[in-house]
Design a protein around this ligand. Structure first.
Ligand SMILES: *[C@@H]1O[C@H](CO)[C@@H](O)[C@H](O)[C@H]1NC(C)=O
Ligand SMILES: *[C@@H]1O[C@H](CO)[C@@H](O)[C@H](O)[C@H]1NC(C)=O
Ligand SMILES: *[C@@H]1O[C@H](CO)[C@@H](O)[C@H](O)[C@H]1NC(C)=O
Length: 492
């Protein structure tokens, strides 16, 4: 092991090795919050600059962790603006970690300190174990993670706290052979927190010579359903003519909890509904937050209108920025309780007053529209999502600004009933959306030429006139065909 390591040090002055001198981590604290399908991780790096004029800080993520990460954001602790952070593609490809390069708000001088916070959301990192459970058993999950937070810089002290959803835990791995960094018990469980560390005097570990990493596993009970949205499609359509924004969501939901072992008993299910002990791997229903000020809400599945749902509508907020604070709630109950592995597809839609979402920008002489990205089903990951925004017919100078970089994006023209030229349609496709994406809005700006505004009324009146003309012709034809000469006198 030593020889290849030495060789790699001698032959390849890797970027990680070069970066060593720039910083020292005085403390690194990682906090992992286990909550089913989504795992929230916040890592705080307290760092001191060892040289002057440093503009970037490097964060290393083990490859396994990066693959599960569906959202990341780096901020200076206590500030709101995310820093520019990009994965470094052109360094070592064969290594088992990736490097995130963070651009600092301003260059640091020698000895200056800062606290950076990396927040990530991991998706599907916890999995059901056992994979099958009977109707009366509770659901348990397993989560794996890397013991050490690795870094290209020396770390004076680091620790990891894992927050459990409940104080109980079935088991957790104890680190092995860590006496060179830790004095006491390397892992301890108090209340609903398991703490690993502190580990002291850690040499730069995001390097090819570090091979002390260990995988830890936590097996814990979880009392809430594991939900995944296998596919989500939002169709948002603007009508200036009707002063309306219509939202139509098609949602394909999956219970990714343990599959049912044995038979499903409806009697047992009903008994459980009245007891305090919930069966976490069966989804009886859920509560969704919809925007305030909506009307004509509909909710139907493959069979038809679902009448067991209950809607409470909040009035539209007076100010547009208060939009995320007020919401309507839909308590929805699928037709059947959803067991592990089961799917449920449904459609949800509503109308909103266009003025709540669109305005006129006088400086640009353009309409400005803000369309919410999604309806969020709590604690779920959206595997595939596509969001379409359909603008009024004849809209021009269309520009749009997605809240997050999409996988694919396109603009095309949609033709529907009574359209002459068609409507511009923007479509964004995403993968692995999480709660941290849920409040995103798509900004769209466009113009509607005066004549285009009239297109609809003109099309409608032409249609009316045609209809009327046809009616006249029809009457004449009718008269001539059906009125026998003898009867004509009577009818007229
Ligand atoms: C989505 O998440 C899954 C599992 O976490 C992962 O395998 C896949 O690569 C992710 N896709 C994208 C585009 O990030
Ligand atoms: C669907 O069911 C709801 C009750 O949840 C009811 O208010 C609504 O009128 C129904 N819609 C249709 C089209 O039947
Ligand atoms: C649920 O949908 C997935 C695809 O999203 C499919 O593979 C699976 O077989 C479906 N399960 C059931 C029970 O229909």
């Amino acid at each position: 092991m030593l020889l290849p390591s030495l060789l790699s040090l001698l032959l390849l002055p890797s970027p990680a090795v070069l970066a060593v001198a720039n910083f020292e981590n005085t403390a690194v604290v990682r906090s992992i919050e286990l909550s089913g399908t989504l795992t929230h991780v916040a890592t705080t790096y307290a760092a001191k600059a060892l040289v002057g004029n440093v503009k970037t800080y490097s964060i290393a993520l083990p490859r396994l962790e990066k693959e599960r990460t569906s959202f990341f954001e780096v901020k200076v602790k206590g500030q709101n603006v995310p820093l520019k952070a990009e994965f470094d593609w052109d360094s070592f490809k064969a290594r088992d970690y990736d490097v995130l390069r963070v651009t600092l708000p301003e260059p640091l001088s020698v000895g200056a300190t800062m606290n950076l916070v990396l927040e990530t959301v991991q998706t599907r990192a916890s999995r059901p174990w056992p994979e099958k459970a009977s109707q009366t058993e509770t659901q348990s999950l397993k989560y794996d993670f890397s013991l050490f937070v690795i870094s290209p810089y020396e770390t004076l002290v680091q620790r990891t706290k894992v927050k459990l959803p409940h104080p109980e835990v079935h088991s957790f791995t104890q680190p092995k052979d860590v006496s060179q960094w830790a004095q006491d018990d390397a892992a301890s469980h108090i209340g609903n927190v398991i703490t690993y560390g502190p580990f002291r005097n850690f040499a730069p570990s995001a390097s090819d010579v570090f091979d002390e990493q260990q995988t830890m596993q936590i097996h814990y009970p979880y009392e809430y359903p594991l939900v995944e949205i296998a596919s989500y499609h939002r169709h948002a359509e603007v009508s200036h003519w009707g002063a309306n924004l219509n939202i139509d969501d098609n949602i394909h939901l999956r219970n990714v909890g343990p599959e049912l072992r044995g038979h499903f008993s409806r009697l047992e299910h009903q008994k459980q509904a009245y007891s305090t002990k919930r069966v976490s791997h069966i989804i009886p229903g859920m509560v969704l937050h919809l925007p305030a000020g909506i009307s004509n809400v509909y909710y139907y599945d493959l069979i038809g209108n679902v009448s067991t749902s209950h809607l409470r509508t909040a009035p539209a907020p007076a100010k547009r920025d208060a939009r995320n604070k007020q919401y309507s709630t839909l308590e929805m109950r699928p037709r059947y309780p959803m067991l592990g592995g089961w799917n449920y597809t449904f459609t949800l839609g509503w109308d909103s007053n266009l003025a709540d979402y669109a305005g006129w920008d006088t400086t640009k002489s353009k309409y400005v529209l803000e369309v919410p990205l999604m309806t969020f089903v709590p604690s779920s990951v959206y595997t595939e999502a596509s969001i379409s925004v359909v603008l009024p017919e004849g809209a021009t100078d269309v520009e749009y600004f997605p809240p997050f970089a999409p996988e694919t994006q396109s603009v095309d023209t949609l033709k529907t009933y009574l359209d002459t030229t068609g409507r511009p349609r923007i479509t964004l496709a995403y993968k692995n959306l999480t709660d941290r994406h849920a409040l995103g809005t798509i900004h769209v700006t466009y113009r509607v030429p005066f004549l285009a505004h009239l297109k609809k009324p003109i099309a409608v009146s032409i249609a009316f006139m045609l209809f009327f003309a046809l009616g006249l012709v029809g009457r004449r034809v009718n008269l001539e065909l059906h009125s026998a000469p003898g009867l004509k006198q009577k009818t007229l």
